[in-house]
Each structure stands twice: as structure tokens, then as C-alpha cells.
Design a protein around this ligand. Sequence first.
Ligand code: KG4
Ligand code: ZN
Length: 347
Amino acid sequence: MPLILTIESTCDETAAAVINDRLEVLSAVVASQEKFHEQFGGVVPEIASRAHVERILPVIDSALRKAGVRLSDLDAVAVANRPGLAGSLLVGLMAAKTLALAGNLPLIAIDHLQAHIYACRLAAGKDVFPCIGLIVSGGHSNIYRCETPLDFTPLGGTIDDAAGEAFDKVASMLGLGFPGGPALQRAAEQGDPKKFRLPRPLLDDDSRLEFSFSGLKTAVRYQLFGAGKPEMNAATLDPQLVADMAASVQAAIIDCLAGKAMLALQQTGFQRLCIGGGVAANRPFRERMERLAAERGIELHIPPLSLCTDNAVMGAIALEKYNAGQFATLDLEISAGLERPHLARST
Ligand code: KG4
Ligand code: ZN
């Protein structure tokens, strides 16, 4: 029975899991770094890579022990080598290469974004391909046509900030702390989403499967502190105003994501939508998508919260590559940076 060790270190979670050929999760370990980055209000790449270095071996060791397997029991080692923070990716990749070499195991490269969509396959317990894949994470808001787990074609995405980034930056402006997404969602529960009129860029443009979230920060800033470069001090903001702004921003982001996901389904004629990434943990977003799917007869898959944010279990997509004989060589490199479909098209 093939056993695969999967390693994830693309951003600020160090994670490992052991999966078998029936996609059963034998173990899953995640070491979060939230407390290191909290004080800076965002992920600091250098701190993230150092924390990965300290944690990667204990995390892998713990995943193997929990699964009750030794290195010699494994049939392959898989690692997310793209996209992400360069230093963070390197730590996972070097660990995976070393284990592959030491254990004489095949190495499998995982695309972190595709893995986020594959989390839907795991949660569904059945095939979810072909589908439209919407990835909404801290760095990405991309839409893919996913014919099979091995065949993803980008259809569009954000032309500037990602949805998660918008949540994080506005949360920071509102003094809500880090990570911003969950904090903003909590604050929004007491707020009125119609209180502030915020832009929904590109939403009315049916010719483009694109998002633009960077203007939201400016719009929020202007509405809270006025135009120009006024002193910003979240501590001076009334809690109700913060809640109203949080609710208004959340509603604007959800409108854009929902609108373009529906447009992608309409343009392609697909009836199945899979959503992955940290922002897919947002409760009002999940509820909106569930309502829309029910109204329009769309088969919707969103993973449980633990499989939305970064984890190694979704690296089970490596099993698809294993079965297809798609192995990497030991000179596998990382591919850092953000995947922006509109830039790929224009080059
Ligand atoms: O997928 P992920 O864990 O890491 C990346 O690959 O980037 O996504 C992290 C992002 C962060 O921007 C975080 O604020 C956002 O997901 N997020 C949320 C929620 N939980 C996490 N955004 C909105 N609402 C949430 N409940
Ligand atoms: Zn992610």
C-alpha cells in the first residue's frame, strides 16, 4: 500500500502528513508561527524561514511517529515547492530532498495552490474533477479550469492584492490584529455591512475574470481618516464604527469573489465549483456561496476549516502524481513569488 509523506512550508506554517493510497490521513501535524509574526502585523519572511528550520525535522518526525511508520516504510516524499516565500520553500524542499536521497525514495513536487483545491477532493471523499477552482488565500485569488487533478488552466485572478491580503491589511488598519481574516470576521459580526459604501472593482465587467482589491485599503482609509495623508490611529476609532467597517469590507470582498466565481461557471458551462485557501474559512463567504450554489444548481465544495488554511494533508494531491508516474528529480527548484495569471498572459 503506497504511503506518501507530504511536506508544507510555503508561508508560515510548518506541516507534514502521511497519506495512504486510499487518501486516508494517517497523521497530520501543523506548527503555526502566528505568535512570531503577530507583533509585526504580518508574516516576516526571514522570521518564517528561521522558524521553519527549527521546526521542520520535529514536525516530520512527529508525523511519521503518529502514523506509526518509519522512513523505510514510505514510498515517496512530496513537498510544496511553489508558490510561496523563497526562504520558507527552500527549507521544506531541502528536507524533502534529503529524505528522498537518504531513503532512496521518489520525490514529488506539489503546487501549493493546486493542493488547496485538492482539499475539496479529500473533504468530498469522491472525485470533484472537472471543476472550476477558486483559490482565495493570503497571496492569491485565482480562478482555474481544473480538468483533472493534474490539469489546471488559469482563467483569471487578482491583478493586485489577494482577498486574504485585503482582509489582513484592512484588519491591521482597524487595529484588529493578526491574522486579520478571522479577526475581521469576528468584528464584522457586530457590524452593519451597508454602513459604508465601498467599491467592488471589476465586478460589473463581465468580460474579465479578474479581481482588484488594492483600492479597498485606500477607500477604507479615506472613509475613516479622510483624504491626504492624515495620521491614522486605530485606537481612536469607535468600536461600532470598526465593526461596521469590518462588515462593509467583508461584504465587498465576498461580492467580488462570488460574482467572478459565478461568471467563471457561466463562461465555461461548468456546474461544479471547488473553493480552497484560508479565506474559504470565512463563514459569511461560505454561507453566501452555499446559498448561490443552491439557487443555481451548482455542486459546491468547500473544505472544513482545518483544510482551508495551510496544512500538509492537502498535499495528498501528490498521490495523483505518484499514480501518474510524475516524479521530480533531485535538482528540483523552488518557484517563489506570486502566480498572477494576467501577467502570464501579457508576456
Ligand atoms: O491559505 P492560507 O492559510 O495561506 C496562504 O497560502 O496564503 O491563507 C491565509 C489567509 C490570510 O490572509 C488570512 O487572513 C485568511 O487566509 N483567512 C481568513 C479567514 N481565515 C483565514 N480570511 C477571512 N476570514 C477568515 N475566517
Ligand atoms: Zn495556502
